[in-house]
Design a protein around this ligand. Structure first.
Ligand SMILES: Cc1cc2nc3c(=O)[nH]c(=O)nc-3n(C[C@H](O)[C@H](O)[C@H](O)COP(=O)(O)OP(=O)(O)OC[C@H]3O[C@@H](n4cnc5c(N)ncnc54)[C@H](O)[C@@H]3O)c2cc1C
Length: 459
């Protein structure tokens, strides 16, 4: 907040809008900022002023009161403030947006990569796509082209001959096997590694790191990052030293800045909307950077620019119109599947994922909706639309059960299921590898015995 007040303000305003228009995708958790013994006391004392400069309401708490609100906080907390905060279900939010776009007449091309542009007379005339699963080539004649490919925005713009100066900052996070705190807990100190613990339904996420990288080819969390995050976060929440972790993951923040910038944390986390008219292309824009919490605002600004070019004067309505909840997105909600299963009272509706209690009927519904959207369901796509693979077994049991079920239902043929299972488990393995100790190590040994011993699924 201190280094980037504009983004802090933007996030707060958008947070309020999202709580109104996408309330089913947001948990209004509230948040705490806490300093512990050894932290800079002056920085902590200046916090309320900083908040008021960014228009953020804040309430000072006695450390004892803070520990009553969040019993897992350390007895070494020396200063605490309560702020507004929330946690987003990114799966539900993405699916709800996709479903709304489809209902408004958009086409969705999954597994499809932009591989080239044909440009003539200052315009992109055609966009060349390749389906990475089938190898099919697709050509789209586009009136306007929006490049919203996140960290890959520079690579995609380069296909149109445009250079964007992007810095890549890798950040990693860990996921605990249960929810450690009700609120978002931030460490009250200048932005650094391991300063946030966020509730995500039935689990908590802790992170992050900020490591400059040069290439997007192999992004994965490392053991050093895990040790660092746990050490740092445990200073405010000591139980994190003994908690079971179920996975880790990494992402890349694309930061638009001069390559000579120093610390990546000092580069703005606000977004960049780049109008490529200045680069000689009149129907091409890039939107990159920013935050998930500002995604709506980023889309609004981009749509406004495209509409101006197309002579459309209708105002953007996403600020006020609710994002419809969709049937396909609801199963990402932790705890919903078991609740509904118990309510239905149909024991023959077999549970396929025991960690998250996902029954056969939910998998059926997801498979059908993927088919209706022109895709073929596999474990990864079912996992994106549900809690499959997200529990403590990380796909060890549910992966096999669902694959077998899909063979029984005629959804899979010949070696398809084994290939899907291998791909799915490899993805899970990327996130398990850096946290192999205690419970996760035992779980992984069992998984190895099952998948390598029984099915011969070595890499
Ligand atoms: C460690 C970390 C912590 C973060 N913490 C927070 C936080 O606490 N709060 C918050 O609000 N935000 C946070 N963010 C930011 C947030 O995650 C991002 O802003 C958001 O995910 C970016 O969304 P996007 O759609 O712009 O890009 P992405 O989600 O990266 O999507 C880009 C898409 O483009 C696709 N693509 C790439 N190349 C091509 C191609 N050639 N053709 C077709 N498609 C292509 C990719 O497959 C991908 O699906 C964090 C980010 C990181 C890395």
């Amino acid at each position: 907040m201190a280094s980037d007040p504009e983004t802090a303000k933007e996030c707060r305003e958008e947070g309020e809008i999202l709580k109104r228009v996408a309330s089913n995708c947001i948990e209004n958790t509230g948040g705490l900022f806490v300093a512990v013994e050894g932290d800079d006391e002056k920085y902590a004392a200046d916090f309320p002023d900083l908040c008021s400069r960014c228009g953020i309401p804040v309430r000072e708490l006695d450390p004892k009161e803070a520990r009553e609100l969040e019993p897992t906080l350390s007895p070494k907390v020396i200063a605490a403030y309560e702020v507004e905060d929330a946690s987003i279900d990114p799966f539900m939010l993405s699916i709800a947006n996709i479903d709304q776009a489809l209902s408004l007449g958009c086409f969705l091309l999954c597994h499809t990569r932009v591989v080239g542009f044909e440009c003539r007379d200052r315009r992109i005339r055609t966009v060349h796509l390749k389906n990475t699963k089938t190898g099919e080539d697709i050509i789209v004649e586009a009136e306007q082209v929006v490049n919203a490919t996140g960290a890959w925005a520079g690579e995609v713009a380069a296909l149109a001959g445009i250079s964007i100066d992007l810095l890549y900052s890798k950040g990693s996070l860990l996921i605990t096997d249960n929810r450690i705190a009700t609120r978002v807990v931030n460490r009250l100190r200048p932005s650094s590694d391991g300063d946030i613990l966020v509730p995500g339904g039935t689990v908590s996420l802790l992170g992050t790191t900020s490591i400059r990288i040069d290439s997007l080819d192999d992004i994965r969390p490392t053991i050093e990052e895990m040790d660092n995050i746990i050490d740092q976060c445990a200073a405010a929440t000591p139980v994190l030293k003994k908690t079971r972790y179920i996975r880790a993951y990494s992402g890349v923040r694309p930061l638009v800045a001069s390559k000579s910038a120093g610390d990546d944390r000092s580069v703005s986390r606000s977004f960049s909307l780049l109008d490529h008219v200045r680069d000689g292309l009149e129907n091409f824009v890039t939107i990159t950077g920013g935050k998930l919490s500002t995604y709506r605002y980023m889309a609004e600004k981009t749509a406004d620019l495209v509409c101006t070019r197309m002579g459309v004067s209708k105002p953007c309505v996403t600020r006020t119109e609710p994002l419809p909840s969709s049937e396909t997105s609801r199963w990402t909600e932790p705890g919903l599947a078991p609740k509904e299963w118990i309510k239905k009272g149909e024991p023959e509706d077999l549970i396929l994922c025991e960690c998250e209690m996902v029954p056969r009927s939910v998998v059926d519904g997801i498979v059908t909706s993927i088919r209706e959207q022109g895709g073929r369901a596999d474990l990864k796509t079912i996992g994106l639309r549900s809690r499959i693979g997200k529990g403590t077994c990380q796909g060890a049991f549910c992966g096999v059960r669902i694959t077998s079920y899909m063979y029984d239902e005629g959804e899979l043929h010949a070696g398809e299921g084994l290939s899907d299972l291998r791909r799915f488990l490899n993805e899970r393995w990327k996130g398990i590898r850096p946290i192999l100790w205690d419970g996760s190590l035992i779980q992984e040994e069992l998984q190895e015995a099952m998948h390598c011993g029984l099915f011969g699924l070595e890499l």
